[in-house]
Design a protein around this ligand. Sequence first.
Ligand code: ATP
Ligand code: MG
Length: 501
Amino acid sequence: MSDPLDALKARVTAATLGATVEERGTVAAIADGLANVTGLPGAQLNEIVTFSTGARGFVMTLAKDGLHVALLDPMAGVTAGSAVTRSGRIASVPVGEALLGRVLDPLGRPLDGAPAPAAARTLPAERPAPAIIERDFVSETVETGILVVDALFAIGRGQRELIIGERQTGKTSIAVDTIVNQAAKAGGGLICVYVAIGQRMSAVRRVIEAVRTRGDPSRSIFVVAEATAEPGLQWLAPFSATSIAEWFRDRGDHVLIVYDDLTKHAATHRELALLSRQPPGREAYPGDIFYLHARLLERSAKMSKAQGGGSLTALPIAEIEAGNLSAYIPTNLISISDGQIVTSQSLFAANQRPAVDVGLSVSRVGGKAQWGAMKAVAGRLRLAYMQYLEMKMFSRFGGFGDAAMKTRMKRGERIEALLSQPRLAPLPLIVQIALLAGLAEGLFDDVDPTRLAALQAGLTARIAGEPRLAALAADLSALDDAQRAALLDVVRAALGPAGPG
Ligand SMILES: Nc1ncnc2c1ncn2[C@@H]1O[C@H](COP(=O)(O)OP(=O)(O)OP(=O)(O)O)[C@@H](O)[C@H]1O
Ligand SMILES: [Mg+2]
């Protein structure tokens, strides 16, 4: 018979002893969506904490005097002295196929009235960027359907191309047109994630409506933290949206993410930093603002074959004031990205749509991703257009007598007309190539520029019906002489008897 004391001893030695300590914190101060919390020594950066009202927040900074917690829910009822508990979880977001077609907040909560998506898993909002060896060179094109971009500033898959300009100059429209154009691609274009940060709800609705009616909503995801959302949500939005996009990237898909816009994100970061009494730096932004956006945009990448070969292309949007590209946030963002498309108030006022400043815009890696057939027809376009703009400026002081000058002016006016494009009217690449081939051949020199827009519509069907162009339509990697001749025939036919040839 065993001794009951021995049995007890055995049980005691077998038991794993460990105290369960629940850390309890207290709100020391709270204002404008940021709480100072004391008494949670074990809390980690980005950890979710819960207030006594059930409202949640995440740890933004670990300071000497406690934690700075950005609220993710309305702060009503939370006051100095309220209790705070740790969750042990890092701020994260549900990801997966089920998010396609949805409008969600940065925590994955539905904003479209439908039930919460059945997520494959959750991912932390902040994740490390892919390492160099996990990446590949940017080599495939992102088709925007916007001629001025595809011809002059081609964007490659995995690239980060900033869209920057004054307010109301068509920045969002360039991104939305790119999203809409993905629907035109047989077999589906890029999966698109649009992130609204600090935008008016009416503007966000306009974007969603455009994609729903003209694009492919079943391959798009909207992550929305509008202007009235808690600063913590606005702060988190680009990071959690990137995690949503990365889930697709890492299974080999090609993904586009639009951050609309990072100027507002920077302002939210500044606001939270000032509330948490971080020392203000240049233009009152805290010193880490560069690092904040650098680590966000580093997550866009073209993945290597071993990593599935997917890609994440970023179109961050930024607003500038009075054309000032050299302000603090714009220069930061320009240096973090691989080029910029600059929109301008003066071009917008002069009725150019899209109002892209061809002189200031650049795409640093996209050239390598541009299709050979496009390269063959777009090579000298930028120079010819820039020369025309210069001549146009000087011609205001008196006309040109020179016949050669007149021809170049004429050609320039046609380039200008071709670079104009209404919203939500993306052009297939092969149509763009046909137009540029026609331009280079001088087919439009005697055509009224206002007629060129109507020409574009007719070209798509004619190209599809031309057997000599079937191979080119399937593969744009090069343009041979026979194909160029076929393109020119199609353009001549579309011009009709009124045109030349
Ligand atoms: N290609 C275009 N053709 C015609 N209209 C356009 C074009 N692009 C933009 N617009 C118009 O210009 C206005 C501003 O466009 P958009 O909202 O895209 O600009 P934004 O720079 O994003 O503005 P905000 O600074 O308010 O975010 C809209 O009314 C839009 O319809
Ligand atoms: Mg906008």
